[in-house]
Design a protein around this ligand. Structure first.
Ligand SMILES: *Cc1c(COP(=O)(O)O)cnc(C)c1O
Length: 760
């Protein structure tokens, strides 16, 4: 049977009519069934040793197109739909995006599952099946409002497995229900994303946006990712949630060990657990506890677990290095506390001279999750070369001195199947036409560099970008109701809203450009500045920054003098689906975090792969990008990480000095609370942004602002030499191969996991 016939058969069974006439939703459901059925026929990756990648987040995105690509039938399906006057893009609109993650670390986990399956590695993701994810973002009165992100109400890829575990809390226990999502590899086998929900979880308790009773643990535990922890009840809920995840995960791992006929002592030979950031860290004491209930001595259990667990650090931001009060842990997981105390006592006894600096439980009765991972895991990795160096030399120097052999770097990567083949079929086909399609497996684009002086190739590359920009303009008109000119420069900053990522600096540039245009100094070509970002619900300044950007959008787009030259668009509810639309159309990739603060970034890699040119600081993987493409093919600015680290150490940065000492900076910052903006927005929110910039500015916006404006101007000028710009874009693509998640995962496997790839 052809694909068309199979699809028609499924539609007939549902009484949904022909492919031509079926409603979009029915057609989506039919294609889902067809694809899921084909995935079921794929061999599940197994092996003597398997990886459990445990993570609070998996930002997997929609799966239909990705699965069609990995099954090798996307072309066929598209052709079948086209013949019936339908399109895959139309059908994908009906697929909900799973609300299982939040940002870079969750997206990384998703890319790694794709790569592991592609490389034939027996690997499963393990996490929680949130009902409503982080939240669904809406803009109301130019402010972010949070709502439940409903995604499980429509047919999707999720299946219940029938496997259940009981997770013990002090005076009750909760039943963990295991769901699975298939993870297809490109041409290869199948892994799984295994997600636990609580049998008692109940979304009906959510009222008034994302409000709910934080004490009703049985009903609330798996509703949201990262529930607000700004109060005591919220912190307790986080601990309950983390423990629920890792207890179920640990029980699953030990069950599978036993089912395969292996003894508990042999765990390290048959399983490796990658702890993705510190949210799953309690799996260490939980596994020790479970092994002890199997009769193991504590010393032996500690050894077994230490040889099984490896930890990935994703951040050096102090507020993100999790520390839980002993009190909270005593309330939520009292049965783990004796083990955590024992783990702490052992490390303190082993290094008494530095006990205060490396203790798991510090003098303020806070339990440091990362420290537990480092002491009791066999590997600690950072996620970009600079990040790992900063961990070793500064942030975790005491631990590096203790365990130099545990530390290693694994620079992040992205899957080219999703971020090029799926998101940007035009560019994908263009590249394949030039160098063949070996890159889909080996990630090697270097032959593209041979075309760097080839005028015809460069012109075609520009034409591909222009086509993508037109397509995005149509999509934006439809989805966001804004008109943007495809001839303008698309300047894009999409990532979580955080002060260290410095969206506020970009906003100050927007103000600068607005004032330039108002003063009659017109740019050579219009610029469209696109933002996409969610702010954590309790992160006031991040929400204020969203408000500022939305106010600027309203002011500028509504000003007939300015809007022909400058547009600002902030897309609502930024997610993977948006990223896939925006990135292929990008000219300028904004990667402007304060040096030393962005561990790696992966957005930077997606943009580079799609032929955007980076405007960035020497932070995270930008450092490696600039080494690979050469400084002539990237626009760098700002203070280096050494200087920034020195400024923190000496308290040498005072934003008021920059504000008072530079009338230009003063003018831009003052505009935040200008008559024009106050008239549009909320003075309270705008004043907070203003005040923070002048009085605190912890992430040193004003330090780099002048140079940012200068370099961005130079970049806009450079855009006018279209062929030279195309050459830069081409060389960026040509050197993107290193950032394939296949490379990253192969490195994890060679140096940490040691799994045997399965031949399929
Ligand atoms: C890649 C990605 C991120 C990470 O972006 P950074 O710029 O690296 O912070 C966040 N959200 C989504 C939806 C992504 O696709």
């Amino acid at each position: 049977m052809t694909i068309s016939e199979k699809l028609q058969a499924i539609l007939d069974e549902a009484g949904a009519g022909t492919i031509e006439q079926a409603e979009g939703r029915a057609l989506y459901e039919a294609l889902l069934r067809l694809t899921a059925g084909l995935l079921d026929g794929r061999p599940r990756l197994r092996g003597e040793k398997r990886l459990y990648y445990v993570s609070a987040e998996f930002l997997i995105g929609k799966l239909l197109s990705n699965n069609l690509i990995n099954l090798g039938i996307r072309g066929e399906v598209e052709e079948a739909l086209r013949k019936a006057g339908r399109s895959l893009a139309e059908i994908e609109e009906y697929e909900p995006e799973p609300a299982l993650g939040n940002g870079g670390l969750g997206r990384l986990a998703a890319c790694y599952l794709d790569s592991a399956a592609t490389l034939g590695l027996p690997c499963d993701g393990v996490g929680l099946c949130y009902h409503y994810g982080l939240f669904r973002q809406r803009f109301e009165e130019l402010k972010q409002r949070e709502y439940p992100d409903v995604w499980r109400d429509r047919p999707g890829w999720l299946r219940e497995t029938g496997v259940r575990f009981s997770v013990p809390f002090p005076d009750f226990s909760l039943e963990a229900v295991l769901y699975e999502l298939p993870v297809s590899g490109y041409g290869g086998g199948c892994g799984a994303l295994r997600l636990f929900d609580a049998a008692t979880a109940d979304g009906s308790i959510v009222k008034d946006g994302i409000g709910f009773d934080k004490a009703d643990i049985a009903r609330n535990i798996t509703l949201f990712l990262y529930p607000d922890d700004s109060d005591e009840a919220g912190r307790l809920l986080r601990v309950y949630q983390q423990y629920f995840m890792v207890s179920a995960a640990a029980q699953l791992i030990l069950k599978e060990l036993k089912d395969a006929g292996y003894s508990p002592e042999s765990l390290p030979a048959h399983a490796v657990i990658q702890i993705n950031d510190t949210h799953p860290s309690l799996i260490i004491p939980e596994l020790i506890r479970l092994l002890m209930t199997e009769g193991m001595e504590i010393g032996d259990a500690i050894e077994v677990v230490s040889e099984t667990c490896a930890y990935t650090n994703h951040t050096i931001l102090a507020e993100a290095l999790e520390k839980w009060p002993v009190d909270s842990l005593e309330k939520a997981v009292p049965h783990l506390m004796p083990i955590i105390r024992e783990l702490d006592a052992r490390v303190q006894a082993a290094s008494p001279e530095i006990a205060g600096k490396i203790a798991i439980i510090d003098g303020n009765d806070l339990v440091h999750m990362a420290r537990m991972d480092i002491h009791y895991g066999f590997s600690v990795n950072g996620v970009a070369a600079l990040h790992t160096r900063i961990l070793e030399e500064t942030e975790l120097a005491d631990f590096y001195a203790l365990y130099p052999e545990k530390f290693n770097n694994k620079t992040n990567g992205i899957t080219f199947r999703r971020w090029l083949m799926q998101a940007n079929p035009r560019l994908s086909d263009f590249i394949t036409g030039l160098i063949g399609d070996g890159w889909k497996r080996d990630g090697n684009f270097e032959k593209l560099a041979d075309f760097a002086e080839d005028r015809a190739v460069l012109e075609r590359l520009l034409a591909v970008k222009a086509e993508n920009k037109r397509e995005l303009a149509v999509y934006l008109a439809e989805k966001a109701g804004v008109e943007v000119s495809p001839d303008s420069i698309y300047d894009i900053q999409i990532k979580r809203m955080h002060q260290y990522k410095r969206q506020q600096m970009n906003a100050l540039w927007v103000i600068w450009k607005y004032l330039e245009i108002k003063a009659g100094r017109l740019p050579k070509r219009p610029v469209t500045v696109l933002f996409g970002a969610k702010a954590a619900p309790a992160y006031t300044l991040a929400k204020d920054t969203i408000h500022l950007i939305l106010c600027l959008q309203k002011l500028i787009n509504g000003d007939p003098d300015v809007s022909p030259w400058l547009k600002v668009v902030m897309v609502e509810n930024y997610n993977v689906t948006w990223a896939e639309k925006l990135i292929p159309a990008c000219d300028i990739s904004e990667q402007i975090s304060l040096a030393s603060k962005e561990a790696s970034g992966t957005g930077n890699m997606k943009f580079m792969l799609n032929g955007a040119v980076t405007l960035g600081t020497l932070d995270g993987a930008n450092v490696e990008i600039s080494e690979l493409v050469g400084e002539e093919n990237i626009f760098l600015f700002g203070k280096k990480s050494e200087e920034v680290i020195r400024l923190y150490a000496t308290e040498g940065y005072r934003s008021a000095d920059f504000y008072d000492g530079d009338p230009e900076i003063e003018r831009l910052v003052d505009f935040v609370i200008s008559k024009q903006l106050i008239r549009i927005g909320d003075p309270e929110n705008l004043a907070r942004v203003y005040k923070d910039l002048v009085c605190k500015d912890w992430f040193m916006t004003l330090l780099d602002l002048r140079e940012y404006i200068e370099v961005k101007e130079r970049m806009l000028d450079a855009y006018e030499d279209r062929l030279h710009w195309a050459k830069m874009a081409l060389l960026n693509i040509a050197h993107a191969g290193f950032f394939s998640s296949d490379r990253a995962v192969a490195q994890y496997n060679e140096e940490i996991w040691h799994l045997t790839p399965q031949k399929l």
